[in-house]
Design a binder for this molecule. Structure first.
Ligand SMILES: O=C(O)CCC(=O)C(=O)O
Ligand SMILES: [Fe+2]
Length: 293
């Protein structure tokens, strides 16, 4: 038998139609259990090994939690592995309430470049073929992260569309979201307003501000707040593809179970990616899925 071609590794016509209809697509069992185990092990190692003393949110002993502490750490994270705390991990006087491995909400944003286990599941022939199925010509990978959503204090991710954050002209973002643990309505799962990508354009953008830091520019389209969300259950190893304009969110995790997921985003390299976007490419540019053998 001949080797499978890229296109035969891609989505079926039925899967493509469902993605276009709903704005998301669940692909169960995308990763086998030993791969998931290796990604969890890598995540735990990163959490254990990062230096707490030099982190911008903990190196100030006075509990300095002003909004702009950490702006630079965030804005320079596009080609690095940085660690972002759960808001509820600190007391009102700025003391860390949990051991650091249970206090981090998110690790990002270049795991797909700098961490071999994450790179190995991101820059793959399968993902190249999935992107081709979704009509990408020059798919580029950016903004990879592990979202830990820690037990008891896991912060919510309010309703948004990803093209607000990773805008191209025309919009093209697609999220690849992998459950590394079962993600359920009980531990802060993932919820969608089904079909909402067909109801709204990209109304606002999350940008670098001229005065420093980041903020939103523009307005949401009318009616966006009234959307109903369906909370999914995604078993570990499952992949969810997320259209850049579908509204999605995840809720607070007050359960005793963490909800580790890995996500990265793909944009069309042929579309204009401007300097307002919060995440700017390093010298190498964003990773090309078409370079995968
Ligand atoms: O899993 C979450 O909490 C949110 C993930 C998300 O918004 C994304 O991957 O685009
Ligand atoms: Fe998102």
């Amino acid at each position: 038998m001949s080797e499978p071609t890229h296109s035969s590794l891609g989505l079926t016509p039925e899967q493509i139609a469902k993605f276009q209809e709903d704005g998301f697509l669940v692909l169960p069992d995308e990763l086998d259990s030993s791969t998931v185990e290796s990604l969890l092990k890598e995540s735990r190692t990163l959490l254990e090994d990062f230096p707490l003393d030099s982190h911008p949110l903990t190196k100030f002993s006075t509990g300095e939690t002003a909004p702009h502490v950490g702006d630079d750490y965030f804005l320079t994270s596009g080609d690095k592995i940085h660690f972002f705390f759960e808001e509820a991990a600190f007391s009102s006087s700025g003391e860390l309430l949990k051991p650091k491995s249970q206090a981090i909400n998110k690790i990002g944003h270049a795991l797909h470049v700098l961490s071999a286990p994450f790179k190995n599941i991101t820059l793959t022939a399968r993902n190249r073929a999935i992107a081709a199925s979704l009509a990408f010509k020059d798919p580029r990978v950016l903004q990879s992260m592990v979202i830990c959503k820690q037990p008891e204090i896991g912060g919510p991710c309010p309703s948004h569309m990803d093209s607000t954050f990773l805008y191209t002209d025309p919009p093209s973002a697609v999220g690849f979201w992998y459950a590394l643990e079962d993600a359920t309505p009980n531990n802060g799962g993932l919820g969608f307003a089904r079909g909402s990508h067909r109801r709204y354009g990209v109304g606002k953008r999350f940008v670098r501000l001229a005065e420093g830091g980041t903020g939103f520019q523009g307005k949401d389209e009318e009616g966006i707040e009234g959307e109903e969300f369906e909370d999914l259950t995604v078993k570990k190893g499952g992949l969810v593809l997320i259209h850049g304009q579908v509204l999605h969110r995840s809720t607070r995790n007050t359960s005793m179970d963490s909800r580790f997921i890995y996500t990265f985003h793909v944009i069309e390299g042929e579309n204009k990616y401007d300097e307002k976007n919060w995440l700017q490419p390093g010298k190498e540019g964003f990773s090309r899925l078409n370079d995968v053998a």
